[in-house]
Design a protein around this ligand. Structure first.
Ligand code: NAP
Length: 290
């Protein structure tokens, strides 16, 4: 590790707000990165309830806090308190990273960008191609919105027909109109429809809790849906190799686990705040070596 972190009168604070926050990996990752890079920053967490959000955001701005992360349940409620939003944050209707820039609080969403960057790092190119994704929750929405912005040609999104289904369908139609990407919502219960979608896709993404305990023995795809040229990506990173990825590896498909998304969303946020590149390999080795 680099020099031991020491707080002085020059130290700048980066924060995480949300609830719960105490189990977040972000303080460990960012503080280790700041130390390694010799940056005089400290990353701390604050458990913030929605009813205090407006006062907290105004306080951050008044104190000149250069940046902060936002997690559940504040990613959407924070929108009205920010001065500007990136295109991705606007389309997602959710912010996970805020930077104070020329006196204005600018909201970004680095979750989808982190996922897309990790695909690239793993040699998976989906620009101009078709992607199938299960899960239209926080992670899924961030991913398919960024994928549409980045130039993926067609995205079939599968979700349980829940009480949000129609609202999600409208949000996705708006995304298609704004980006030109042919993105549509489908019912996850329709296995034949899913099979047909995967058959001509370059990538299948799991953005649901399927694959993590207590659903570690479950998998959205059947093995006979796999084909040559299909890559598999999971957002789940604990376990690192989900049932989906293990099946893909046994079948010879390219697989990408969820850890890289976690690392790269942090790295992109750190670049927004400090202009510096987080040493991703070092952080992975430090905290995530199995
Ligand atoms: P979320 O907002 O709760 O969304 C979960 C989605 O999965 C929803 O669409 C939900 O449908 C669906 N779902 C729930 N149970 C399901 C089941 N048994 N079968 C099929 N679909 C199911 O959660 P999230 O924050 O998006 O997280 C989703 C996954 O991404 C989690 O595994 C999480 O660990 C992972 N994640 C990873 C990273 C990373 O950096 N790698 C970051 C964020 C999240 P309903 O709407 O009907 O509930």
């Amino acid at each position: 590790m680099g020099e031991k972190l020491s707080i002085s009168g020059h130290t700048q604070t980066i924060a995480l707000i949300g609830s719960p926050v105490e189990h977040s990996m972000s303080p460990a990752m960012h503080n280790a990165s700041f130390e390694k890079l010799g940056l005089d920053y400290a990353y701390v967490v604050f458990d913030v309830q929605p009813e205090n959000l407006e006062a907290v955001v105004k306080g951050m701005k008044a104190m000149g806090i250069p940046g902060f992360n936002v997690t559940m349940p504040l990613k959407t409620p924070i929108l009205p308190y920010l001065d500007e939003l990136s295109d991705a944050a606007k389309l997602m209707g959710a912010v996970n990273t805020v930077v104070l820039q020329d006196g204005k609080l600018v909201g970004h969403n680095t979750d989808g960008a982190g996922f897309m960057r990790n695909l690239k790092e793993n040699g998976v190119d989906v620009i101009g191609k078709k992607v199938t994704i299960s899960g239209a929750g926080g992670a899924g929405s961030a991913i398919f919105t960024q994928a549409a912005l980045d130039g993926v040609k067609e995205i079939d999104v599968y979700n349980i027909r829940d009480s949000f289904y129609e609202a999600t369908e409208r949000r996705i139609a708006e995304l298609a109109a704004q980006t030109g990407c042919a993105v549509t919502l489908h019912d996850l219960a329709d296995k034949d429809d899913l099979r047909a979608s995967v058959a001509d896709s370059a990538l299948f993404i799991n953005a649901t809790r399927v694959g993590m305990p207590p659903l570690e023995n479950e998998c959205t795809l059947d093995e006979d849906m796999l084909h040559e040229g299909l890559a598999l990506a999971d957002t789940v990173y604990n376990p690192r190799t989900t049932k989906l990825l293990a099946m893909g590896q046994a079948h010879g498909n390219k697989t990408v686990n969820g850890l890289g998304m976690l690392l790269w969303q942090a790295a992109i946020g750190e670049k927004i705040w400090t202009g510096q590149e987080m040493p991703v390999d070092y952080i992975e080795e430090l905290f995530f070596t199995e």
